[in-house]
Design a protein around this ligand. Structure first.
Ligand SMILES: C[S@@+](CC[C@H](N)C(=O)[O-])C[C@H]1O[C@@H](n2cnc3c(N)ncnc32)[C@H](O)[C@@H]1O
Ligand SMILES: Nc1nc2[nH]cc(C(=O)O)c2c(=O)[nH]1
Ligand code: SF4
Ligand SMILES: [Mg+2]
Length: 183
């Protein structure tokens, strides 16, 4: 059984795959407590993989996004294999502190201050920019294909744009779902 906070169909709002239709599986609970966290993820229902796959199969898209809370606390090779058997493309939103199943198709790592990284492969780094003084340059040393900075709760977008213009290795990730009021 795995503890699920919510499961919904929407568009990936953030990062490289922005705009792509996806089923979001939000797992309950996290091993970090970021003061800026925008998600109430603690509550949840225990589900069998059978129930989970049935819920996922109800939607026509290929992409499934594992998120939370911290999905790394709940997932394993078996779940990824089962999603692949349904023909799904498996992406994850993770804080990077957990060792992940290697077969995941796309790893979005959003490293957090004080969270020791244990991920072996990263496709995109997506850092929440909380303000001047935050050390984000060190995250450019992580081996990844893309490096995004994301404003905190859409509140400091101008500041992030100015930072990126001065440090053009970064790209802007907006939480577009919040701007267009979809889940
Ligand atoms: C809620 S987290 C769940 C996945 C995982 N725990 C993590 O932090 O990557 C999903 C994404 O939202 C980002 N996020 C959380 N709170 C945010 C906020 N207030 N503004 C912008 N992004 C935020 C996280 O950094 C992460 O990239
Ligand atoms: N539309 C939409 N896109 C997202 N991308 C990552 C999200 C998350 O909470 O992990 C998220 C979310 O909550 N909604
Ligand atoms: S690691 Fe992710 S889910 Fe956990 S508290 Fe931080 S932003 Fe929220
Ligand atoms: Mg979210």
């Amino acid at each position: 059984m795995r503890k699920i906070n919510e499961l919904f169909y929407s568009l990936q709002g953030e990062g490289f795959h922005t705009g792509t239709p996806a089923v979001f599986i939000r797992f309950s609970g996290c091993n970090l407590k970021c003061d800026f966290c925008d998600t109430r993820h603690e509550s949840g229902t225990l589900m069998t993989d059978e129930e989970l796959l049935e819920r996922v199969s109800a939607f026509p898209c290929r992409m499934v996004i594992l998120t939370g809370g911290e999905p790394g606390l709940w997932i394993d090779d078996d779940l990824v294999e089962k999603l692949h058997a349904l023909g799904k493309y498996v992406a994850i939103e993770t804080n990077g502190t957990c060792v992940l199943p290697e077969a995941i198709d796309w790893v979005t790592c959003s490293p957090k201050q004080g969270g020791k990284l244990n991920v072996k492969r990263i496709d995109e780094v997506k850092v929440v920019y909380t303000g001047a003084g935050q050390d984000v340059e060190s995250y450019l040393a992580l081996p990844a294909l893309h490096y995004f900075l994301q404003p905190c709760s859409c509140s400091n977008t101008e500041e992030v744009i100015a930072y990126i213009k001065a440090h053009p290795q970064w790209r802007l990730s907006l939480q577009t779902h919040k701007l267009i009021h979809i889940p």
